[in-house]
Design a protein around this ligand. Structure first.
Ligand code: ADP
Length: 331
């Protein structure tokens, strides 16, 4: 509906085929962000692994990452004025790799770029392609690229692209390696087929650049790399403040009474942005529980926050190698 409002002449595209829709017909479309379901009975496989969004994330929602934000903001030129690249005798970037450990803002950066440029955001999880698009991956990936081109400016975001791995050889048949290789080939064909003036950027997130198939990283493909690492103390302070302010805005009242997020940020060395967000959520959950029990929860205090950090540290040490302090070891 938001798109329909913003783009009075927008069309809905089904299976890569443009279908002109009049304003009255468009109103009947249940979900204009999902062109698959509207007219031809849908394509369940494609829908399940593809999320089409008009994100509301802004660059101000992202703590720290100053240089990363600057680099990502620079990509707006390729989405909005690709002809300027031609004018200056060069070509716009097509493929951008966001490289770094999970939970540090890669997806947020891509969403904020989509928001800032009013681009449609096509979010595809490679692991979902592998599990859900069995036998249909070629057709479905082609469709995602077609949709993006028809609805440009657009960003296609491939999450966990490292799950495609390297070409590790193979024994023939439909082994996981063969399927991955097949998907890489289709991605390459579509990347190579993108024209310079198409206003489509393909972004992909990965933990390690070495885990990406080298063919994907050649010139004209994913040749722009933006590292997104763990936040330093200044960035952690910023992230904490953003999540505290976000909760207070949603609740429309003061929730925290802490002396300053810097002290806590200092204690969170090696912790991801996602873990910081989770920590804030936990302090609030404790208050909600007290509320349920009819006690006076008060504001979240320094003591509450400190206690939650200790509990979280203990839990994470016991239960997971993928969260909180353990994340530091992975570096
Ligand atoms: P990635 O794509 O790197 O795995 P995401 O961008 O999906 O990580 O971040 C996951 C969540 O963690 C976000 O929704 C947000 O709540 C929090 N987060 C991560 N990094 C930041 C950051 N720099 N500023 C604010 N929140 C962050």
């Amino acid at each position: 509906y938001e798109i329909a409002k913003k783009r009075p002449h927008a069309q809905v595209f089904v299976v890569g085929r443009p279908v002109a829709v009049s304003a009255t017909k468009r109103k009947k479309t249940r979900n204009p962000l999902n062109p698959f379901e509207s007219m031809m009975g849908g394509n369940g496989d494609l829908e399940q692994a593809l999320k089409i969004e008009k994100p509301d994330t802004t660059f101000d929602d992202i703590g720290g990452l100053k240089e990363e934000k600057r680099l990502v903001k620079g990509l707006a030129l390729a989405l909005q004025n690709p002809e300027l690249y031609q004018k200056w005798g060069t070509r716009p970037p097509k493929g951008v790799l966001l490289v770094g450990p999970p939970g540090n803002g890669k997806t947020m950066l891509a969403r904020a770029l989509a928001n800032a440029t009013d681009a449609t955001f096509y979010h595809v999880k490679i692991t979902d392609i592998l599990s859900m698009w069995h036998g249909k991956s070629e057709e479905n990936i082609d469709q995602v690229f077609n949709l993006a081109k028809e609805n440009a400016p657009a960003i296609i975001f491939f999450d966990e692209i490292d799950s495609l791995g390297h070409d590790r050889g193979g024994s023939g048949g439909m082994s996981t390696d063969n399927i991955s290789r097949h998907i890489v080939t289709i991605l390459l064909q579509n990347l190579d087929g993108l024209e310079n003036l198409e206003k489509v950027i393909v972004m992909a997130a990965t933990n390690r650049v070495d885990d990406i198939d080298p063919a994907l990283r050649r010139a004209g493909r994913f040749d722009r790399i933006i590292p997104v690492g763990f936040p330093d103390v200044e960035a952690r302070t910023h992230i904490l403040s953003i999540h505290i302010a976000g909760a207070e805005k949603r609740a429309r009242r003061k929730l925290f009474d802490i002396s300053g997020p810097e002290d806590f940020a200092n204690r969170l060395d090696g912790v991801s942005g996602a873990d910081i967000a989770e920590l804030v959520r936990r302090t609030l959950e404790v208050k909600a529980q007290l509320d349920l029990e009819g006690k006076d929860p008060g504001f979240v205090s320094d003591e509450d926050f400190g206690k939650e950090i200790e509990t979280y540290e203990r839990l994470m040490k016991q239960t997971s190698e993928t969260g909180f302090l353990a994340s530091r070891k992975r570096q």
